[in-house]
Design a protein around this ligand. Structure first.
Ligand code: HSE
Length: 436
């Protein structure tokens, strides 16, 4: 089937990630979308960079307005950012009847009302999953998955830079300035970190979520915004002594007279899951009246996590342009003709790490016998402890953690270990999942 042609505006970090992931997963994406999605043309002021990233496998131009008006382009992806030329380009694309995908939170928080009105008039879609919390599909969750609910509140860690800084301040006892310098050294924070550390980036994202949650228009100008630059590391320490962590939270809540819309540092009980979101990760809690509290966690920035959200929007638009309304989202996510028959593996073929507990006679050579059997089956030990025999006991417990291996290896090794005369009873075997 004829591919969907994408015009990509901006091939920086996220644009590059989008190009790479679209190429790498082209077959799988086409099986889901119902037709191939290809980047037909890229516009960037840095044509050398564009050539390097694309390897010359699509058209390049320095004129982004030529892309918004290009009759070959079905969808315009705006990854330039900011409210300057990006706004003109998005409005120009809409005016030319193009669907738009954007990751531009500042643009939508500040000018979303105007942009959505223009798209409504022109009958095109503006999709923006990548604008909030990078790779976490929170827009889809709010707009579709939770659609039965009266949303009561949303609270999110939606800026990775500030969360990284707060983690550094807590873990290493660093003052704000030193933690910021570390974030800059590692590339988490921009040279001018104002948008992140003063809470503006988080407020852009919160404004978008709030509008979707409550059916409100975008009201970024009314948000209360406090950042973390005046936070003292002693407060992080005292909060911890009281059982709390300090996080930069974006909170929006439906109240009797209106909506709370606020970004500021806040104490959260260390026992809450969201308090344990560390480093540059993002997490969003959504409380619905029917479902209760739900939590969404993942990478909120970066080339491929954000590309993941951009491409999800591209697939949505491609399905809309391709399928009958009744068959827009395939039952099994892939188009019916793209379903394949993959075998489900027997449990003996899975790969896992293992916890083993063995009860053994406490005498020389026992451990050597056990480790020899494990080595014979290519099983590597990651950690081991031995619990000495108690008063009057002759036997000791040995507990081992293994590196990853195929389950049949561990099962064969256990059969042999249990035949050793120094082993008492059965070996206890539990799977240990790294979930990486
Ligand atoms: N600068 C943002 C963050 C990512 O630190 O989370 C893009 O919004």
């Amino acid at each position: 089937m004829k591919p969907i042609n994408v015009g990509l505006l901006g091939i920086g970090t996220v644009g590059g990630g989008t190009f790479t992931v679209l190429e790498r997963n082209a077959d799988e994406i086409a099986r889901r979308a119902g037709r191939p999605i290809r980047i037909d043309v890229v516009a960037d002021t840095n044509l050398d960079l564009a050539k390097k990233v694309t390897g010359g496998r699509c058209r390049l131009t320095g004129d982004a307005f030529a892309v918004t008006g290009d009759p070959n382009v079905d969808i315009v992806v705006e990854l330039i950012g900011g409210c300057g030329v990006a706004k003109d380009l998005v409005l120009a694309a809409i005016d030319r009847g193009k669907h738009v995908v954007t990751a531009n939170k500042a643009l939508l928080a500040n000018h979303g009302n105007e942009i959505f009105a223009a798209a409504q008039r022109r009958g095109v879609t503006v999709a923006f999953e990548a604008a909030v919390a990078g790779g976490i599909p929170i827009i889809k969750a709010l707009r579709e998955g939770l659609t039965a609910n009266r949303i009561e509140w949303i609270a999110g860690i939606i800026n990775g830079t500030t969360n990284f800084i707060l983690s550094e301040m807590r873990d290493k006892g660093l003052p704000f300035a030193a933690a910021l310098a570390e974030a800059q050294r590692l590339g988490y924070a921009e040279a001018d970190p104002t948008f992140d550390v003063e809470g503006i980036d988080a407020a852009h994202k919160l404004t978008i979520m709030s509008a979707i949650a409550f059916g409100n228009s975008m009201k970024f100008g009314d948000a209360h915004i406090e950042g973390i630059s005046r936070l003292d590391s002693s407060d992080i320490k005292y909060a911890e002594q009281l059982g709390y962590r300090i996080k930069l939270l974006g909170i929006t809540r439906r109240a009797a007279q209106g909506v709370e819309l606020r970004v500021h540092p806040a104490l959260i009980s260390a026992r809450r899951l969201i308090a344990n979101v560390e480093g540059a990760m993002n997490a969003v809690l959504v409380k619905g009246d029917a479902v209760g509290a739900t939590l969404y966690y993942g990478k909120g920035a970066g080339a491929e996590p954000t590309a993941s959200a951009v491409i999800a929007d591209l697939v949505d638009v491609a399905r809309m342009l391709t399928a009958d309304p009744e068959h827009r989202v395939p039952h099994l996510a892939f188009q019916p003709e793209a379903i394949v028959e993959l075998p489900i593996l027997p449990i003996s073929e899975i790969v896992s790490s293992y916890y083993l507990r063995l009860r053994v006679e406490d005498r020389p050579g026992v451990l050597a016998d056990i480790t020899r059997i494990l080595a014979d089956h290519q099983i590597s030990i990651e950690a081991m402890i031995q619990r000495e025999p108690g008063e009057g006991e002759e036997q000791a417990d040995i507990i081992m953690l293994t590196h990853q291996t195929r389950e049949k290896n561990i099962d064969e090794a256990i059969v042999r270990i249990e035949q050793l005369p120094v082993i008492t009873g059965r070996v206890t075997r539990l799977r240990l999942e790294g979930l990486l």
